[in-house]
Structures are given as C-alpha cells and as structure tokens.
Design a protein around this ligand. Structure first.
Ligand code: MLT
Length: 239
C-alpha cells in the first residue's frame, strides 16, 4: 500500500471545482504579484490582511475606515490606498495594522479556496520555508495557481512545479494528475534560466508596460522571507 500523500497542481481558479474537497491544504500562488505582496506585507510586520474578491466589498471596508489595497489589470483602483506592489507594504506606517486587499486574480483564488481545511499563501519569495513546512504536514496538498482571468500562466505554474518537485523529492508525496506532472516538468526545464524564460510571460509583459520592472524583479526572487501567511477566520495572518 502506498502511504504517500498527494501533491497536485490546479492551473486556474476556474478549474478548482474539479479538485476541491480532496486536499486538506491548498497553497494559493500568484507570483506576479498578489501572493508576493502578501508575503512582503507579513515580512514587514503587517498584522493581518482581509482578502476580498470584489471591488464592492473592498469599498464597504474603505467606507468603514479600513486601509484598503485594490488592483485591477495591474493598476491601483482609484479611491483606494494602494494596489498590490510588494513595495507598498514595506512601509513603517503599516506595521501592526490590518489591511484589506482585492486583486484581479490572487484574492479570487483565495476566495474560491477559502473552505479548504487549511489555506496558505505561496510565492517564489517564501519558497523554501513553505516547502519545508508543507513537507512536515502529512496532508494532501493542492497548489492553486491564480493564473490570469482563469487562464493558465507560466510563473504560477513554475512555482507550483518547484513545490511539487521538492515534496516528491522527500519521498513522502506523489502526484498523479497530468497538470501536476506538467508543472513539474515546466519547473525542471525552466528553473536555471527562469528569469529569461519568463520574459515570455503575458503578465510580465503587462507589468513591464506599466513600468513595474522593480516589482517583477522582486516577485521573481526566491527566498526573500520565511513567512507563511495562513487564512484564519477569513483573515490572512502569519503562521
Ligand atoms: C492579481 O492578483 O491578479 C495580480 O497580483 C495582478 C497584478 O500583478 O497586479
């Protein structure tokens, strides 16, 4: 009998319904930029983040006096305090504070996964710490890529492939879905030149056109932090 747990990859929030309820842990990944910004926020001392899926919900929090980040199509939505650049969260004034965040894809993925037993946030920025923690959990794990408007993207899939490869390498996990096998091989073929490889990524081009090169460089840098954000009672907090 095979006692290994599963580590699988779901490419987009739209496909999550075909995977849900089979995994105790869901790792939500949005490398460019939502989950990288969330990791940066906790690394820089933010107390909690309330992720919301819609601009309307974000407006309700804003009206109640919350600090609210809102991004759509890579840009800060007018009337909000900031967007989802990791650099917006490296701000002394935000230390110890609770903020609300809505983004095009990342908070949507958090929303679809919110009923899983455990939801954690993954990025290249917290890759090693996250992999080490996941390896100790003895649970079935799903990497949920945020993609772009329910389409596949390269950077989230490479990050999911890196997590899968690490966990399979411990001997305690196995993958059976073709999406997981594809993510692993994409990671293995791209990793030692992934900055160049990701030049082709559609969202990287989108952010570059918005002059967000510094954000791209930051988000694609592995292991800048050990924080693992976890969803508890609708709020992200530091594990
Ligand atoms: C998202 O959540 O869709 C992304 O973080 C978009 C962005 O990079 O602004």
């Amino acid at each position: 009998m095979d006692h290994r747990k599963n580590i699988e990859v779901c490419f987009t929030p739209g496909e999550y319904e075909y995977f849900k309820d089979e995994y105790e842990i869901v790792v939500v990944i949005d490398v460019l930029r939502a989950t990288s910004a969330i990791c940066a926020a906790f690394h820089n001392g933010i107390k909690s983040i309330i992720p919301v899926a819609t601009i309307e919900e974000a407006r309700e929090y804003k009206a109640k006096g919350y600090l609210v980040g809102a991004e759509r199509k890579g840009q800060i939505v007018e009337g909000f305090d900031f967007g989802n650049s990791p650099y917006s969260y490296m701000n002394e004034a935000l230390r110890g504070k609770e903020v609300v965040l809505t983004t095009t894809n990342g908070t949507k993925a958090l929303d679809v996964a919110k009923d899983a037993d455990t939801v954690v946030v993954g990025s290249l920025n917290n890759l090693d710490a996250l992999c080490e923690w996941l390896a100790e959990q003895d649970k079935n794990i799903l990497c949920l890529c945020s993609g772009w408007q329910d389409k596949f993207n390269l950077e989230d899939t490479i990050c999911a492939g890196a997590i899968s490869e690490y966990l399979i390498g411990t001997g305690k996990f196995t993958s059976s879905e073709d999406s997981s096998i594809a993510a692993k091989y994409l990671y293995l073929s791209a990793w030692d030149r992934y900055m160049g490889f990701l030049k082709a990524s559609s969202h990287r081009r989108r952010l570059k056109n918005l002059n967000l090169n510094e954000d791209i460089k930051y988000c694609l840098t592995p292991n800048l932090t050990n924080v693992i954000p976890i969803l508890r009672d609708g709020k992200l907090v530091k594990l």
